[in-house]
Design a protein around this ligand. Structure first.
Ligand code: CTP
Length: 226
């Protein structure tokens, strides 16, 4: 299949959706992420004639615009490989993917049979893909992360993540955001700025416009790369 002509905009790399971490040949550990916001953001950036690559996890939703270069992933490891390939050349990375924090340490290649004894799974931490990208960023690259927190710890925990992962911007979401068509997020910037949406919650498609404007501002403020 030939690729559609790519516009000459900035290179925007977006990850979205859940990961599936195999337990055995037929079972996995997942989360309720739909990928809806990442897809809406990819569409918004494509409408603005940017060069958009979307790394999308296992979700029934899919973009319909052929200007979006789409790569699917299942596991954190798959996404890691895609980021290794696509992150170095992007101008902005938006990590909306709900990456697993833990995965089965030794997935069985065959189907685990039911037995009378309890089954214990050992989970190992996954690598922090976002922090790894940010540790090898070029000057001028903008990096946006997401944080999903209970409302009571939201701004503080998200700001801690922003600092620890050395992000330019973190989209701080209450837990209710996951798998919803609406979002009630706060934008927290590295410089300390905090932006709340006036009429909240808003549909994710409308929030994609807000986020896209924020990303453009980050790119305009970034040191240009040669
Ligand atoms: N992320 C990642 N690699 C991981 C886990 C998360 O790149 N192994 C990214 C996600 O894409 C998201 C951000 O990091 O942009 C979320 O950070 P995380 O530490 O997972 O926070 P939460 O899941 O929001 O909360 P918790 O701290 O409870 O894990």
């Amino acid at each position: 299949m030939s690729s559609p002509p790519r516009p000459n905009g900035r290179r925007i790399l977006i990850s979205a959706g859940p990961t599936h971490e195999p337990i055995d040949a037929v079972r996995y550990i997942a989360n309720r992420s739909s990928g809806r916001l990442g897809i809406a953001l990819a569409q918004r950036a494509a409408n603005a004639a940017q060069d958009v690559t979307l790394l999308l996890g296992p979700t029934p939703l899919t973009p319909t615009d052929s200007r979006i270069a789409l790569h699917r992933f299942q596991t954190t490891h798959d996404l890691d490989l895609l980021l290794t390939e696509h992150f170095p050349s992007c101008d902005a990375l938006v990590m909306a993917a709900a990456v697993a924090d833990y995965r089965p340490a030794s997935p069985s290649p065959t189907k685990i049979r039911r037995a009378a004894n309890p089954l214990t799974l050992t989970l190992e931490p996954t690598p922090d893909l976002l922090a790894n990208c940010s540790s090898r960023r070029r000057p001028g690259q903008a990096i946006v992360g997401f944080s999903l927190e209970p409302a009571e710890t939201l701004p503080a925990a998200a700001r801690e993540k922003l600092i620890r992962k050395r992000l330019d911007l973190v989209v701080a979401n209450p837990l209710e955001t996951m798998d919803s068509s609406d979002i009630d997020a706060i934008l927290l910037y590295a410089g300390g700025r905090e932006v709340r949406i006036a009429d909240h919650p808003v549909p994710k498609s409308a929030f994609a416009d807000v986020l896209w404007t924020a990303i453009q501002e980050l790119l305009d403020a970034a040191v240009p790369t040669s």
